[in-house]
Write a protein that binds this ligand. Structure first.
Ligand SMILES: [Zn+2]
Ligand SMILES: [Zn+2]
Length: 128
C-alpha cells in the first residue's frame, strides 16, 4: 500500500475507497470515493497510486487558508470576516468567491473603492 488516504474533504470520514472501473475504452481507470458521503473523484488515475495521490491533492485544495482578498491576511479558524451579500455584486463584481472575502471593513471599502470625503464647510453668515 502506498501513502495513506486523507480523510474526505466533504464529511471528514476516513473511510475512503479506491476502486478500478472497467470503462468502454478498456483502460484501467480508478475512482476514489468516500464510503460515507459519496464524494467521488472520477478518473482519479490510471493506477491505484495515482488515484490516491489525486484524492489527497483534492483534500489539500480545500484546506488552503481563507485569505483577505485585499491585504492577503490569512484568516484563522474562528475569525470573523466580511462578505458582500448583494447578489448583483456577488455575480457581476467578483470573479470568484475568494475575491468576496475581507478581513475588515477597511479592506472591504478599499476593494469597492469607497471614497471618504468631507462635506464642504458652509461659509458662515452667508455671502457678504
Ligand atoms: Zn465524505
Ligand atoms: Zn484585509
Amino acid at each position: 500500500m502506498p501513502s495513506e488516504l486523507k480523510p474526505c474533504r466533504v464529511c471528514g470520514s476516513e473511510s475512503v475507497s479506491i476502486f478500478s472501473v472497467d470503462d468502454d475504452t478498456g483502460s484501467n481507470r480508478h475512482d476514489a470515493i468516500c464510503d460515507v458521503c459519496g464524494h467521488r473523484i472520477y478518473f482519479a488515475g490510471d493506477s491505484k497510486e495515482e488515484a490516491i495521490l489525486n484524492w489527497n491533492l483534492d483534500s489539500e485544495e480545500e484546506d488552503k487558508p481563507m485569505v483577505c482578498s485585499v491585504c492577503h491576511m490569512e484568516l484563522q479558524p474562528g475569525d470573523e470576516y466580511l462578505r458582500i451579500g448583494d447578489n448583483f455584486l456577488e455575480v457581476k463584481y467578483f470573479d470568484s468567491e475568494e475575491e468576496n472575502l475581507f478581513c475588515s471593513e477597511e479592506c472591504l471599502c478599499r476593494s469597492l473603492h469607497v471614497i471618504r470625503d468631507e462635506v464642504p464647510q458652509k461659509a458662515k453668515g452667508g455671502m457678504k
